[in-house]
Write a protein that binds this ligand. Sequence first.
Ligand code: GLV
Ligand code: MN
Ligand code: MN
Length: 419
Amino acid sequence: MTAQIPRIDPDRLLARLDAFAAIGATARGGVNRQALTEGDREARALLASLGQARGFLVEQDACANLFLRRAGTDAALPPLLLGSHLDTQPTGGRFDGALGVLAGFEVLEALEDAGVTSPRAVELAVWTNEEGSRFLPGCMGSQAFSAGEIPAGWTNILGADGARFGDELAATLGALSGVPFRPLGGPIAAYIELHIEQGPVLEREDIAIGTVTGIQGTRWLEAVLTGAAAHAGTTPPAYRRDPMAAAAAALHALAGVMAGDAAARLTVGRIHAEPGSINAVPERVAFTLDLRHPDAGALDAIEREVRAVVEAEAAKARCEAELRIVFDMAPAAFPPEMTALVEAAARDAGHAATRLVSGAFHDALFLARIAPSAMIFVPCRDGISHNEAEFVEPRFCIAGAETLLQATLSAQDVPRASS
Ligand code: GLV
Ligand code: MN
Ligand code: MN
């Protein structure tokens, strides 16, 4: 069969986005499809069945990463990998992760529809637990893939809902019982991920495509302050060892850590008191810290300052403080030739592009450790993400998929045959 020029089918892509947004849909228009939940399993099963229906090889690995492979003509060549994630934040949006996966699937289908043959296989990967909001750390699937193994200790990690990672992983693998296993990791030629920007820059500048030059570093800490539980009515402040008072003072002081460095980010997104009674001074207060900076040294300096502040406030309240790193991703720079490839792909697809650094972390950070990697961003409304109101205009979803298709073609010398 003579190959046609492959084209993105906008209606098919937009319908798929709707179909997947229905899995875990929230009343406020968002999606709650957290990693390794029933919803996550349902989304994987749907994608697996769509892939099988198109004749792609569908496989999973021990970390529940899911792969859809469109074969190349030379099985000895490592594949070109596209990918993103299907898990969401607890009150997440319809596009964070899903757009990259479904546009990747659309690329596979466009190649298939056009009868294009390529030397290398093109593979779509769905990475497990990118978000990290249910099970810590984030990017578990891509991290395990890039390391070639699941780090010891993950099995017994408890989720925010008390579920055990090992149990939920086993249930998720079992839910796709007909899908064969493949070893974790393996050589890949290159990795390309499409994602929404999750910030305001592209929309403000009305540019359809962001070519991502790198990703800023992220470090997550958990701080645990321990004091003494006491009766709320009978224990005067002077006799208390109140970890909540220490935490409140520390959170206030931490705002100062950020002052003076416009590139630094510090977020406390979760706080938990035990025993959690309205009329008891808590014994323990735990809170998370999300620290980000494009410079690895600056991130270290912020961490040192955070530790000093929390320990000092704990000491003032006669409490103990313990801070441990639960997730650490050094900043990454993508190879300039991969950024140039995306830029050329956007141009070939007829879309304006600009360069930017990603403020959010992505699975591409881990893939960049083992293969030349690139990311394509598209604008989202008001830069809103990790929010049920997250929205991407259809024209930008399509522009992203078209750029991903072009990048796929040029990344592996697919003949641009005409009919
Ligand atoms: C990714 O979800 C991030 O928090 O950057
Ligand atoms: Mn994401
Ligand atoms: Mn996210």
